[in-house]
Design a protein around this ligand. Sequence first.
Ligand code: ZN
Length: 113
Amino acid sequence: MHEMTIAMNVVDAVIKRAQENHALYVTSIELEIGELAGILNDSLLFCFDSVCKNTIAESCKLNIHSVPAIGKCHHCEITFTVESLFAFCPDCSQFQVLIVSGKELKIKSFNYE
Ligand SMILES: [Zn+2]
């Protein structure tokens, strides 16, 4: 499952960094996920809970920050919100749209004790 792999990678990366800082527990993780990243938040949260069991991140809170999807037309250079990777420009109707945000998947920060 896609979300399971992501949850494992996120938790691994955070625990590694937390241990370098001599953390006892990870208390929360802030994730940024683009609207077009293709990730189901509910599914990710579910996988996250099971991945964290019996680690220093057990019972840590995962906060998901959604990043809106924005496209930019190559032709008219206007920016607009998009709902898919295959968006077209609302002005000239061309498909030459560069997705400038909305594909993010990154750990913004995390807290530990
Ligand atoms: Zn255009």
